[in-house]
Write a protein that binds this ligand. Structure first.
Ligand code: FES
Length: 263
């Protein structure tokens, strides 16, 4: 849980400010493993077959172990068996699909008006692998691929193949025509996803929920959320956020900061 909270900072920042009680709150250390551990360096693959990066980290692949073993404490942490925040809802437009990369996975986030929910699908069309995030929402509220127009519902089922003859076999119902769907939910006005599309995790939300941050839903707090892609790991950002002494100098001229009182 603590490592999961830490990981959220690599995706977007959110701040909550108590309206009347400006007292800093410090939580216990967020890391479950020594800070110089690079998570990816502990991902071991038993396969020598080189796959594209986004496939390497697909937790559904049986060839990849994503469990981190802490050699000192014997604890295990599976990076692909956790909820991850993808994007604040306020940054999403229901009219278009959105491309996101989280934990090495390329996903498309889109509003399924037929089910009134945000959906998170693999960002690859099963036909010719075009990014579904570059497609559109069609007039029936389906996600339509930009390349040949295949249409998918929020469960990843292919509902329409424009080139398939209507009197022919229902090829769109074949499993190979479906898109992988990740479990997802909205909590604290944030879209979260579970980075494993294996059907056995379909109902994971009933067993395990994303970490809840009550301050984000508390109207006595002021909150602001932002979403920024950053080309480094969460541990670097956390180290930076926990080092306020750098702010007046590293952000000189670009942020409003109090002038130093002493010389
Ligand atoms: S690549 Fe998506 S429909 Fe052809």
């Amino acid at each position: 849980m603590e490592a999961l909270r830490a990981s959220s900072f690599s995706l977007f920042q959110f701040t909550t400010i108590p309206a009347r009680l400006p007292r800093p709150r410090f939580e216990k250390p967020m890391l479950n493993f020594p800070i110089n551990h690079r998570p990816n360096s502990h991902i071991s693959s038993t396969s020598h077959h080189k796959e594209p990066e986004s496939r390497l980290f697909t937790a559904a692949s049986p060839a990849v172990s994503t469990v981190i073993q802490d050699s000192q404490q014997g604890e295990k942490f599976d990076w692909y068996a956790q909820w991850y925040p993808i994007v604040p809802v306020c940054d999403l437009d229901k009219r278009v699909p959105h491309s996101k990369r989280v934990m090495g996975l390329d996903v498309v986030v889109w509003w399924d008006r037929n089910e009134s929910g945000w959906k998170v699908l693999d960002d690859r069309c099963p036909h010719r692998l075009a990014p579904l995030s570059e497609g559109r929402i069609d007039q029936w509220g389906r996600l339509q691929c930009v390349y040949h127009g295949w249409c998918f519902n929020g469960s990843g089922d292919c509902k329409f193949i424009p080139q398939a003859p209507p009197e022919g076999p229902p090829v769109h119902t074949l499993k190979n025509a479906c898109v992988a769907v990740y479990p997802s939910t909205v909590q604290n006005d944030i879209v979260w996803f579970w980075p494993n599309s294996d059907p056995q995790h379909k109902d994971i939300l009933a067993k395990q929920k994303p970490p809840y941050m009550p301050e984000l839903d508390d109207p006595s707090y002021t909150k602001s959320m932002g979403n920024r892609e950053i080309p480094y790991g969460y541990e670097v950002l956390i180290e930076n956020l926990m080092d306020p002494a750098h702010v007046p100098y590293a952000h000189y001229g670009i942020m409003q900061v109090p002038s130093p009182k002493d010389r």
